[in-house]
Design a protein around this ligand. Structure first.
Ligand code: MG
Length: 381
């Protein structure tokens, strides 16, 4: 079995000590188990679809906005660098990061909320659980199993949050949501890298499209105003877009440094000697300092108000919610309209879950095309 050529602390996850895969496989002679997980995710159909799924801005609104795919790459980049500084497993970190948004519906959170409403009486819909469904059941790539047959550790990291009801169904993987405890440090790290990535790239996208007003950012977000002063002082002649990019870059640097230093302090304090000891702790160790957390929360609240609830974003939200619920209703009423490979899943997963899987897997543009095909041929997003 190949071992990691990485510098790993005792509390890091190690491929050689993995709890394994649901279906036993022969170890690879070229890659570690977590590298195989990462590569399987990159080669999955769900990963490729991230390219055409909304992060905040619908894909066709412009070529420069983040999509779920570029967001995912930014999360992986931030997490991987921080993982190496913390001497935890970079390959596992990367594999969790690449998988973390696989279960998102088309049209971002509007899609997820609508699908959850549609599925209310049928077990609900949650993108995080859907990511797990994709890697456990829905990918059809391998002769011997459904899904990607990933290691327990990657699956643990994908399951970021989970209700008690759902946790009971997940047996060993759901245990920490019932009995308390934490996931691995690699999983904890990706969770925060996600926040760092979106809260900073959304400033950049929001300013470019002018939904965000820089004066308001300076006025209301302390971390932004701090680096605004700093960068403007150093480069008084810089044009606005470059200045904004430099500010965003420095905010990422600040957040990552704070996270690494503060987490190192926590790790020293608790000095876990294994990943199982990490898992048994009451609190996560990979966290921001109190001050940085305040700054990040202030920024997130600002983005929620000024960007995610901007009227132009809300218009698309409303429209996509109607599109998703109409598609759901139509396919449930007439399952014969589903493509045959989905019709054949109804017996195994039930009608509603199958329709939900089909819709959740759609990209923004595919959902719009399907809407035009089965409901309204004159429809355009
Ligand atoms: Mg994300």
């Amino acid at each position: 079995m190949i071992k990691e050529g990485l510098r790993l602390a005792p509390y890091a996850c190690k491929s050689s000590k993995s709890k394994g895969r649901a279906i036993k496989e022969k170890p690879s002679t070229a890659r570690t188990e977590f590298q195989r997980d990462r590569d399987r995710i990159i080669h999955s159909a769900a990963f490729r679809r991230l390219e055409y799924k909304t992060q905040v801005f619908v894909n066709h609104e412009g070529d420069l906005f983040r999509t779920r795919l570029t967001h995912t790459l930014e999360v992986a980049q931030i997490a991987r660098t921080a993982a190496s500084r913390l001497e935890i497993n970079q390959d596992l970190t990367e594999s969790i990061a690449y998988a973390h948004d696989l279960g998102h519906t088309p049209f971002g959170h509007a899609g997820q909320d609508t699908l959850n409403d549609c599925m209310k009486k049928h077990g609900g819909f949650e993108h995080n659980l859907q990511s797990l469904r994709i890697v456990d059941f829905l990918e059809e790539q391998y002769p011997k199993f459904d899904g990607l047959n990933l290691t327990w550790e990657t699956r643990e990291g994908i399951l970021k949050h989970c209700s008690r009801k759902d946790a009971k169904k997940l047996q060993d993987l759901g245990k920490r949501f019932l009995e308390g405890g934490q996931p691995s440090l690699e999983a904890q790290l990706v969770n925060i890298a996600d926040t760092i990535a979106y809260s900073t790239h959304d400033i950049d996208d929001g300013l470019r499209v002018q939904y965000l007003n820089e004066d308001r950012l300076v006025d209301q977000v302390k971390i932004y105003s701090k680096y605004f002063e700093e960068v403007s002082g150093e480069y008084p002649e810089l044009d606005a877009r470059r200045r904004q990019k430099e500010i965003v870059r420095r905010i990422i640097g600040y957040m990552v440094d704070d996270l690494v230093f503060n987490s190192k302090e926590n790790i020293e304090k608790f000095s876990p000697s294994s990943v199982d000891e990490v898992r048994s702790l009451a609190e996560p160790l990979i966290v921001f300092s109190v001050e940085a957390k305040r700054q990040v929360d202030e920024l997130r609240n600002f983005l929620s108000q000024d960007l995610y609830h901007h009227y132009k974003v809300m218009r698309v939200v409303g429209k996509s919610a109607r599109l998703i619920s109409k598609l759901f209703e139509t396919f449930v009423e007439s399952p014969v309209l589903l493509p045959p490979n989905y019709q054949s899943k109804i017996e195994r997963f039930g009608l509603h879950r199958t329709v939900s899987d089909y819709i959740a897997g759609m990209t923004d543009r595919y959902a719009a095309i399907e809407y035009a095909r089965v409901i309204d041929p004159t429809f355009e997003v």
